[in-house]
Design a binder for this molecule. Structure first.
Ligand SMILES: Nc1ncnc2c1ncn2[C@@H]1O[C@H](COP(=O)(O)OP(=O)(O)OP(=O)(O)O)[C@@H](O)[C@H]1O
Length: 413
């Protein structure tokens, strides 16, 4: 999380939380314990029926736990009125859960109204929420859910969940029912929102790629919600705890790792550049000075325009305007390494310019820099995981030593 940004989320602690439905022999959720930091996004993944939704719904007590405790910001909420509790916890689900007979505005306004907010505050809040999720308030305010696309319904669902500004947001496969492109878009929107809001989010999904993209940490659950591994996406990708987790990560862990790093975090190379208005001699000199026989011509706003090779000038009879090959692909500094790899693989010369916020040239990525970066990243992940394991072992050894000493002490009395 960026420094200086206020955290508005709350801590969540699940303490030996268990759910046994009716007379079933096995509990659906068996003694799950988990600590979630304020402002953190935690993803629950696991096979169908392992108890993810049950876990999630116990947090807002839509399902009453059979035993165990839930603490929100340190307060035990296991015994408080569930209706009051739910006003402090936003909840978004797959089918968007909107009331069909209410307009978009009425749906979003529901919890703020129940909380007794004044009419004008509620009205402003509805506008603000629609803006936040990227829907034009004037257009969508009065529509009914059936007049919205699946993706728009999901957005309204998220707006409604956030309307009363709850510190905690629970999301149960919220993007499960939309097409992959809309899903990708909604995921990006959620990342943007979370960047602004810093809620504590617990998010259930089947989709491991979604978990990697959205989670600060991922809890991989086995049957009855036993935790197989609870760690950062990087650690799970490079150091899965066992075969069960590896099976979940699936093939292509290194490729998935590329989604976690942005171009701005790795080194880019510099190529000689020249401006459109530069005299021909300057351009020729720069081409000569460079190590590759290529130069990037920038337009008047400093944006990549054309690739120019030594021979191009002769072919175009010396006119810069006619020489060279237009730049077709580029990646922004915010693009993931996966996007950069895609661009590099599809570029005929295997390199693409990197651009800043206003499209200005900041460097170039090619296959070699990408490969070096990926090797370095994977190596760093591995080292961090080894250190982490070492710390854990030391802590355990220390703990055992303490217990032994305490035992001897008692025995000696
Ligand atoms: N109301 C209920 N009564 C009895 N059993 C239930 C009830 N709800 C869920 N279960 C059982 O509890 C177990 C966990 O269900 P849950 O829906 O929490 O799993 P899940 O991991 O979210 O599954 P999925 O990924 O398929 O949505 C399942 O075996 C399910 O059949």
């Amino acid at each position: 999380m960026p420094e200086g940004d206020a955290v508005t989320g709350a801590t969540i602690e699940l303490d030996e939380l268990t759910k046994r439905y009716g007379h079933s022999a096995q509990p659906a959720v068996d003694g799950v314990s988990m600590e979630i930091a304020a402002g953190e996004t935690v993803i629950l993944v696991g096979p169908s029926g392992c108890g993810k939704s049950t876990c999630l719904r116990m947090i807002n007590r839509l399902i009453e736990p059979t035993s165990g405790r839930i603490l929100i910001n340190g307060e035990d909420v296991t015994g408080i009125d569930p209706v009051k509790l739910r006003r402090r916890i936003g909840y978004a689900i797959q089918s968007s859960g909107l009331f069909p007979h209410m307009t978009v505005a009425e749906n979003i306004a529901q919890v703020p109204k129940m909380l007794g907010w004044s009419k004008s505050t509620v009205r402003d809040r509805v506008e603000q929420m629609l803006d936040l999720v990227g829907l034009d308030p004037r257009e969508f305010h009065g529509r009914y859910p059936r007049q919205l696309s699946g993706g728009q319904q999901q957005r309204v669902g998220v707006a409604r969940a956030l309307a009363a500004d709850p510190p905690v947001l629970l999301m149960d496969e919220p993007f499960g029912a939309v097409d992959p492109i809309t899903r990708d878009h909604l995921q990006d929107e959620l990342i943007r929102l979370q960047h602004e809001l810093h809620k504590t989010i617990v998010f259930v999904t089947h989709d491991f790629d979604e978990a990697i993209k959205l989670g600060d940490r991922i809890a991989v659950l086995r049957e009855q919600s036993h935790i197989a591994q609870f760690d950062t996406p990087e650690a799970i990708l490079t150091n899965p705890a066992d075969d069960f987790v590896s099976g979940f990560v699936g093939a292509g862990a290194a490729l998935k790792r590329l989604n976690l790093t942005r171009v701005r975090d790795v080194g880019v190379v510099d190529v000689p550049t020249a401006a459109m208005d530069d005299p021909r001699e300057t351009v020729v000199d720069r081409l000569r000075e460079g190590t590759s026989n290529e130069l990037l011509l920038l337009d008047r706003r400093g944006r990549p325009y054309k690739w120019l090779r030594t021979g191009d000038l002769a072919l175009a009879k010396g006119s810069l305007a006619r020489a060279g090959t237009p730049v077709t692909g580029h990646v922004s500094r915010d693009a993931t390494l996966r996007d950069a790899l895609e661009a590099v693989l599809t570029d005929s010369a295997g390199r693409v310019p990197v651009t800043g916020r206003r499209g200005e040239y900041v460097g170039v990525v090619d296959m070699e820099t990408l490969m070096n970066s990926v090797h370095e990243l994977l190596e760093a992940d591995r080292m961090a995981a080894i250190e982490h394991r070492h710390d854990l072992e030391e802590m355990r050894a220390h703990h055992t030593q303490e217990q032994l000493e305490a035992g001897f002490g008692e025995g000696g009395r």
